[in-house]
Design a protein around this ligand. Sequence first.
Ligand SMILES: [Fe+2]
Ligand SMILES: [Fe+2]
Length: 135
Amino acid sequence: MIAWNPSLSIGIQEIDEQHQAIVGLINELEANKDSQDPTVAIDALRFLREYLHGHFDLECELMLDICYPDLESHKQQHELFINHVIFFEIENEFGVVTSVMLSDILAFLNDWFVSHIATEDRKLGAFVRTRAMTK
Ligand SMILES: [Fe+2]
Ligand SMILES: [Fe+2]
């Protein structure tokens, strides 16, 4: 279980709310991680695909707006994330056991997504604040 905490907040309300939804998904998967029901993993992957496109687009628009210097490397991380979700979808089609699938998705979200929020997205939030102060 992950409790939403200040170290995950980037200080931009709309983005924080979207990150909270991901934390909600992580906690939901955690609660169902021993499930044998294949729809749990399928639903989670569908959610990630649909939700994250909008989320990554929003961050990209913001980065473009403010001429964010690390835009390219940040975008690359998003692409890696999407590719990983596609990889899970392929694994799922090949019938990887649901509980293995769920623990892999959870480990990935915990490692990758949470550290992306806590480092890269927070760096972006800090840049937005500094920029607002110097205006
Ligand atoms: Fe993000
Ligand atoms: Fe990001």
